[in-house]
Design a protein around this ligand. Structure first.
Ligand SMILES: [Zn+2]
Ligand SMILES: [Zn+2]
Length: 270
């Protein structure tokens, strides 16, 4: 099994040396992992949210060092999690092409000036209206996919954090997103942090996942661990979802190319 969404201490809000994540993954039976710390922000650089650009080469070097040191033990991929900042696509592209990434997670963490995935952003869930926020979120997600800058959509409906729920069914939006993903050859991530962050399930929710499977969208799995203890956390829920929809392969990546990989025998990383 893979865990393709691991952070670390290159960003200010993560803890633990990357080597500790590798050890945790080996101990939990993973055959392949990928680091995906935050790409430097192309707008308002902020070392708490994402590493600064001057540290990006050091991050890459560290992951590649660990890959060599652990060869034959566990496969380690060089990923990155990149925000979609509209109007800054060229700058984002420049950063993404500056390093030999295996895959790029595209992610929304901001809706206007609302950093909804941050601790400070949590307070705004009480005053924001789901009836407006969810359609806005999905419109932005569709624009993100259309840029073609990213390989995998990370935490596809992270706006559900803290039990924030759409005011109506998002089925139409889910279908549209799934079609765009299929058309663009992109994958979707099952992100188990939804459980830890009060969404009541993994991201994406069941109906969203169903729409993606119906379109044949490839799937990766990630814990979004920001500490070594969270590597592979709640993967039982991801396995259940995959099993329910008969998905027997997870996608893996190399040099930004998609490859399939069997799920493997170890299904008990709860
Ligand atoms: Zn994220
Ligand atoms: Zn993340």
């Amino acid at each position: 099994m893979i865990d393709y969404h691991l952070h670390g201490n290159f960003s200010g809000h993560g803890t633990g040396d990357l080597a500790e994540y590798v050890e945790a993954a080996v101990a939990r039976g993973f055959t392949e992992i990928g680091f995906s710390d935050h790409l430097p922000k192309v707008v308002d650089p902020d070392p708490y949210h994402a590493m600064l650009e001057e540290n990006l080469p050091r991050y890459v070097e560290r992951v590649l060092e660990l890959r060599e040191a652990n060869r034959g033990r566990i496969a380690i991929k060089l990923g990155i999690e990149a925000d979609f900042f509209e109007g800054y696509e060229a700058e984002t592209k420049r950063l993404l092409e500056s390093q030999p990434f295996d895959y790029v997670l595209g992610a929304l963490h901001f809706l206007g000036d609302w950093h909804f995935t941050s601790k400070e952003g949590l307070a705004r869930f009480a005053s924001e209206a789901p009836v407006e926020a969810f359609p806005k979120y999905f419109e932005k997600l569709k624009r993100m996919i259309k840029t073609g800058l990213f390989d995998i959509v990370a935490h596809p409906d992270a706006l559900r954090r803290g039990a924030f729920q759409p005011a109506r069914s998002m089925e139409k939006e889910h279908r549209e997103v799934a079609q765009l993903l299929a058309g663009g050859g992109m994958a979707i991530e099952i992100n188990t942090a939804g459980i830890r962050r009060g969404a009541g399930s993994v991201y994406p929710e069941r109906s969203f996942f169903a729409a993606c499977v119906a379109e044949g969208v490839p799937v990766t799995v990630g814990s979004d661990a920001h500490s070594p203890g969270d590597v592979g956390k709640d993967f039982k829920a991801a396995f259940m979802l995959l099993g329910e929809f008969g998905v027997s392969e997870v996608a893996t990546y190399e040099k930004r190319r998609l490859a399939g990989a069997p799920l493997g025998e170890r299904r008990d990383n709860a």
